[in-house]
Design a binder for this molecule. Structure first.
Ligand SMILES: [Ca+2]
Ligand SMILES: [Ca+2]
Length: 154
């Protein structure tokens, strides 16, 4: 109180009020930043990453967000053999097709996400199974790993 009185005497009440406002403003800004940090700054959604090798190995072929309503040819063509799902949202359905136009006459594989994981690897597109995180349904014709030409994300 003595210090405040002495500062008030020196700089005036308005300057002290300004100083307090700055301090309060700073503490609010700090809280906001730490809340964003826990959610992951710059990556609000999940990512679907296609890999050249089985089990999420070798080079990354392509990366897509997990936003619903995407359907596109995979470039480069006929390279992907596996996928990593990075925080992909619950309920997302990812379909990879051998056919570049998405025909179901050739192989395709449907991956349904039951529960998000920071990093979940679908080791192959040629196996149907279910676990805590995904339901994978492979419809066989003559092989899909290394033959992926199209992806649809719903
Ligand atoms: Ca193909
Ligand atoms: Ca095929």
């Amino acid at each position: 109180m003595l210090v405040l009185k002495s500062l008030t005497a020196r700089f005036g009440r308005s300057l002290i009020a300004f100083g307090l406002t700055m301090l309060l403003g700073q503490s609010v800004a700090t809280r906001t930043l730490s809340a964003e940090d826990t959610e992951g700054v710059g990556s609000p959604g999940g990512d679907v990453v296609l890999y050249e090798g089985n089990g999420g190995s070798q080079d990354i072929v392509a990366v897509y967000t997990d936003t619903a309503g995407q359907e596109t040819k995979v470039d480069p063509n006929d390279e992907a053999r596996s996928s990593k799902l990075m925080l992909v949202r619950e309920g997302a359905t990812i379909t990879v097709f051998d056919d570049p136009d998405g025909s179901k006459e050739d192989d395709y594989c449907v991956i349904r996400v039951k529960k998000p994981s920071p990093e979940y690897t679908v080791n192959s597109f040629e196996r149907s199974y279910e676990d805590e995180y995904v339901i994978v349904s492979y419809v066989r014709k003559n092989g899909l790993d290394g033959k992926v030409s199209r992806i649809k994300i719903e």
